[in-house]
Design a protein around this ligand. Structure first.
Ligand SMILES: *[C@@H]1O[C@H](CO)[C@@H](O)[C@H](O)[C@H]1NC(C)=O
Ligand SMILES: *[C@@H]1O[C@H](CO)[C@@H](O)[C@H](O)[C@H]1NC(C)=O
Ligand SMILES: *[C@@H]1O[C@H](CO)[C@@H](O)[C@H](O)[C@H]1NC(C)=O
Ligand SMILES: *[C@@H]1O[C@H](CO)[C@@H](O)[C@H](O)[C@H]1NC(C)=O
Ligand SMILES: *[C@@H]1O[C@H](CO)[C@@H](O)[C@H](O)[C@H]1NC(C)=O
Ligand SMILES: *[C@@H]1O[C@H](CO)[C@@H](O)[C@H](O)[C@H]1NC(C)=O
Ligand SMILES: *[C@@H]1O[C@H](CO)[C@@H](O)[C@H](O)[C@H]1NC(C)=O
Ligand SMILES: *[C@@H]1O[C@H](CO)[C@@H](O)[C@H](O)[C@H]1NC(C)=O
Ligand SMILES: *[C@@H]1O[C@H](CO)[C@@H](O)[C@H](O)[C@H]1NC(C)=O
Ligand SMILES: *[C@@H]1O[C@H](CO)[C@@H](O)[C@H](O)[C@H]1NC(C)=O
Ligand SMILES: *[C@@H]1O[C@H](CO)[C@@H](O)[C@H](O)[C@H]1NC(C)=O
Ligand SMILES: *[C@@H]1O[C@H](CO)[C@@H](O)[C@H](O)[C@H]1NC(C)=O
Length: 832
């Protein structure tokens, strides 16, 4: 069964507004934000600045020789080992990075002679240890769909790309074209970013017109998970080769001593291949192809595939066809197509760039750009099962992206989001569980809960009614949620949850031997309980949205309140009582100091996925996770002792330094004042965070971008919204823009938000007294909603006008609270 997949109407927007008639939104994107090195305590956003289309599989970029280099690129003076075809965006994990397969590396030299022997000269060494080129300072240039850099040697590399293919252009200095020198390109088989080659093949052939053609396939390790993956590529070159062949290490103990097999174009045997059988240990072997040219410009076309090198070649031919007139590939066509796809994606959030603050505009469009780079559309490239449904990679990890990435997609990218959700459901269809962390096409590690659950629940809430038209089977979606909520896989290390424990105890016990024999990483008990609770809430929400049985709705609603079972009222910290804690199977709590694993923890603890994590918390402290129940924050306000104490406690969390701007468990806290009827404090806090922790500089992301989790968080902050996961509610904050228009192609709506009384003096970390930063009223199409704290998805995407009135009277704002029907919903108080 093939479900229809609707394409967005590309030109839909151009007619809806002429605000930016003369502005090219792609020119506002700064791709270098977040590309500073994470070494020596640097910010390390690990953003990917190379060429790509929205949700591309091919992400073409240069790779540095030094780690950390999660996205391949670092904006410093480090040397470059090549330009490769696949990358991730803003991940943490393995500091060597993921993907980076089959790099090309250009150099100039007098290297080959007629006997095919490579002189023993460093400039001719094709191996990764020797080959390294410094960039000429200031020559890295990037815009959506285009990347360029120039080596100190004068060689320029440029790239532009499609979904699974693209073009890489090398321009060699004219002055290098002497009789003895040639322009060379290395086609590297073995070096991915992780240097994790586990076998593969390369075959190189030359056509009767002396044009080079190279096909490669190799197996490499995942960057965040226990498995390997196999990837293929196909390269064609537009310039006649003088000589070509392969190189390989003489043996594994001398990886940088080479045997070279070369042929010149007068030789009739112009094909070469190398094969390295799969090995279960990583091979240091250096191998690849080498091509020599005498033209000063060489254009390489590539295709990539997870299926076969044949398919990689087909992808290249289909996506970058030969222009009939020029009989060559058309660089300008590829680049313009990429640019216009980005222009359309960016225009879904439209602002008057002349009128708004330039810094805010740059942050907004740069963030929107990154938020549409991933997950990566690998449809047609699923090596594991046959399916008519979309397949996406870099769902990396749901733990990172359920909070803000998917809610942002829900606003302006309904078709893309539907395909991604459909891919999640299809993962369940073929494995029994909702995927959690698909990285390099394989399941990565589970961090806490199964956080695809709130994504699917939110989709049911927002698009359940139209889901069949969007290609998503809601019955399958619901079954995927039920199965992930009920069943426990034999090993919940890479998928699923420890439901045996959750259902037996209504919490996650410490030191419990699971009689079912099911195993996983038994740490992070408190964090997991809070996330499992939200996952169960997602089932309840989907049940309601999809008219499922009342029994189910009640059952999962009740189970979603079980986070309170981790609450130890007797623990105090900084004078505040009641904190989430680990708990034994006999019901006794195990004590963890609530500041453990916070940024100011004086003792070094293991707070991540190591099996020595004995705090009960994952990348977070009890101080922080005790604030995590997005579906029932009123319960937290009650447990913490009421509104006033709650506000004091949130203030204390910030003033004592327990907040980590760059990590996901911190995301919801800045807006949480809303639940104690103090949206004025949320507004001030968010101004402070945006201007203290984010900027347009290379260090402008306060941690890994994490598959654009940070980019989408910043987008929400700038728009003055924060999503309540798995619901249709958004908390309202004070926008950083005087006006913006959101368009939704599925609903066929444009919704214009206007801030009445907008005051640009508030665009600083600490808005001066009296500046108009407080939301005073919210009107949707002329009708006052009665809440300055919350707005529904139906209003945000409903079309028409949302007018947010702001004022500068702090006392009045504190008194006003959320307004007469203002508090955001909580399950405990009858909400949702
Ligand atoms: C928009 O800007 C990009 C570079 O930022 C450029 O390649 C493209 O041609 C521009 N498009 C228009 C219509 O000006
Ligand atoms: C790169 O920059 C660092 C610090 O900015 C400096 O210590 C180092 O010498 C530079 N390296 C090169 C090759 O220029
Ligand atoms: C190539 O030309 C550049 C720029 O003129 C020069 O710096 C470089 O040394 C030359 N390389 C070779 C191998 O001749
Ligand atoms: C490399 O060349 C040497 C000498 O010709 C030969 O003995 C050896 O088998 C070759 N190694 C490989 C891996 O081809
Ligand atoms: C090409 O290779 C053949 C044999 O390998 C050699 O005799 C001939 O001189 C080479 N021609 C050039 C132009 O290098
Ligand atoms: C790749 O992983 C599969 C199982 O996922 C395993 O059977 C195989 O040995 C691995 N191959 C390598 C080269 O590590
Ligand atoms: C993914 O690729 C498929 C096949 O080309 C296409 O139909 C679909 O629209 C793409 N989706 C996204 C979000 O890029
Ligand atoms: C908290 O302390 C009181 C007094 O010591 C004790 O009775 C109660 O059982 C404790 N509660 C928990 C949940 O440990
Ligand atoms: C519960 O179990 C823990 C861990 O085994 C133990 O330290 C504690 O004393 C037990 N509590 C009771 C009340 O038995
Ligand atoms: C907190 O304040 C809100 C709004 O005034 C009120 O509705 C709610 O009952 C208060 N909650 C508590 C626990 O006092
Ligand atoms: C506010 O706008 C004025 C006038 O356009 C400008 O001079 C000022 O720099 C702006 N301030 C901020 C913080 O954007
Ligand atoms: C925009 O806001 C930033 C941050 O407050 C400020 O530094 C900058 O001057 C403002 N730009 C303009 C043009 O007012």
């Amino acid at each position: 069964m093939k479900l229809p997949i609707h394409l967005p109407l590309l030109l839909f927007l151009l007619s809806s507004t002429n605000v930016n008639a003369n502005t090219n939104l792609t020119s506002l994107v700064n791709l270098f934000i977040g590309t500073a090195s994470g070494a020596n305590g640097g910010s390390g956003g690990n953003a990917f600045p190379g060429s790509a289309i929205p949700h591309a599989m091919a992400k073409v970029g240069i790779d540095v020789s030094t780690a950390p280099r999660q996205a391949g690129y670092i904006h410093d003076n480090s040397s470059i080992t090549g330009i490769s075809l696949l990358h991730d965006e803003g991940t943490g994990g393995n500091t060597d990075g993921g993907y980076g397969n089959f790099p090309l590396f250009p150099f100039v030299g007098n290297c080959l002679n007629s006997s095919g022997v490579l002189p023993n000269s460093p400039e001719c060494d094709p191996g990764i240890q020797a080959r390294a080129a410094l960039r000429a300072q200031g020559t890295d240039v990037a815009s959506p769909g285009y990347f360029s850099t120039t080596f100190l040697s004068g060689i320029q590399i440029e790239s532009t790309s499609t979904r699974r293919a693209g073009l890489i252009r090398f321009t060699f200095p004219e002055s290098n074209a002497t009789d003895s020198n040639s322009n060379y390109i290395v086609v590297d088989l073995t070096n991915d970013l992780g240097r994790s080659f586990s076998g593969g093949t390369i075959s190189l052939s030359v056509s009767s017109q002396a044009l080079g053609h190279v096909e490669l396939g190799g197996t490499f390790l995942q960057s965040y998970g226990p498995s390997n993956y196999t990837v293929f590529a196909c390269y064609d070159f537009d310039s006649p080769v003088l000589e070509s062949g392969t190189y390989q290490s003489v043996n594994t103990s001398s990886p940088s001593v080479f045997n070279i097999t070369l042929s010149n174009t007068t030789n009739i045997d112009l094909s070469h291949s190398l094969q390295f059988p799969f090995t279960s240990s990583i091979s240091p072997i250096q191998a690849g192809g080498l091509l020599a040219f005498n033209t000063s410009q060489v254009l390489a076309r590539f295709g990539v595939s997870m299926i076969s090198s044949d398919q990689a070649c087909t992808n290249a031919e289909e996506e970058v066809p030969t222009n009939i007139e020029s009989e060559m590939w058309d660089w300008d066509v590829v680049r313009a197509a990429s640019n216009s796809q980005w222009e359309e994606v960016l225009s879904r959030v439209l602002v008057d760039v002349e009128k708004e603050n330039d810094t805010v505009v740059e942050l907004l469009y740069s963030s929107l750009y990154r938020a549409s780079l991933v997950p990566a559309n690998f449809t047609g490239e699923n090596p594991y099962w046959d399916s008519p449904f979309p397949f996406f990679d870099a769902m990396f990890c749901s733990w990172d992206v359920f909070r803000t990435v998917h809610p942002l997609l829900s606003l302006t990218s309904p078709y893309e989001w539907s395909q991604i959700v459909s891919a999640y459901v299809d993962g369940w269809r073929h494995t029994g569980y909702i995927p959690e962390c698909r990285a390099n096409t394989k399941p990565g590690y589970v961090q806490g809960g199964s956080d695809g659950m709130p994504i699917l629940g939110e989709f049911a809430v927002k698009y359940g009614a139209g889901a069949e038209g969007l290609g998503v089977s809601v019955d399958d979606l619901y079954q995927a949620l039920m199965d992930t909520a009920e069943n426990t896989p034999p090993n919940w290390l890479t998928v699923g949850r420890q439901n045996t424990a959750w259902k037996t105890f209504n919490y996650i016990p410490t030191d419990w031997v699971d009689p079912s024999g099911s195993v996983g990483l038994p740490t992070r008990e408190a964090s997991r309980a809070y996330e499992y609770a939200l996952g169960d809430f997602a089932v309840r929400q989907a049940g309601l949205a999809l008219n499922k049985s009342g029994e189910d709705i009640e059952k999962y609603g009740n189970r979603s309140m079980n986070f309170v079972n981790m609450w130890d009222p007797n623990v105090t910290s900084d004078g505040f009582s009641g904190f989430a804690q680990r708990k034994y199977q006999n019901g006794t709590f195990a004590f963890t100091d609530p500041i453990t694993c916070s940024p100011v923890d004086p003792i070094v603890h293991s707070c991540a996925r190591g099996d020595d994590n004995d705090s009960g918390f994952y990348e977070s402290s009890s101080w922080e996770m005790s604030f995590f129940a997005p579906h029932s924050v009123a319960s937290l306000v009650r447990l913490m002792g009421g509104n006033t104490t709650f506000v004091d406690r949130v203030n204390n969390y910030f003033s004592k330094g327990y907040f980590t701007a760059g990590n996901e468990p911190s995301f919801n806290v800045p807006s949480i004042y809303h639940y104690a009827a103090r949206p004025d404090l949320s507004a001030l806090r968010i101004r402070n965070i945006v201007f203290s922790d984010f900027s347009t500089q290379i260090g402008g992301i306060p941690g890994n971008d994490d598959s654009a989790a940070m980019a989408s968080l910043l987008t929400f902050h700038l728009l003055g919204l924060y999503p309540v996961q798995s619901t249709s509610q958004f908390l309202i904050n004070s926008p950083f823009l005087s006006s913006y228009t959101l368009t939704n192609a599925f609903f066929n709506t444009s919704t214009t938000f206007t801030v009445s009384g907008f005051d640009n003096a508030t665009l600083v970390a600490s808005p001066p007294a009296g500046s108009r930063v407080f939301v005073k009223s919210v009107k949707v199409n002329g009708v006052d909603t009665g809440s300055v704290c919350v707005i529904g998805f139906e209003d945000v995407t409903g079309g028409g006008e949302v007018v947010i009135e702001v004022d500068g009277d702090a006392d009045a704002a504190a008194m006003r609270g959320c307004g007469p029907n203002g508090l955001p919903d909580s399950l405990e108080t009858g909400g949702f």
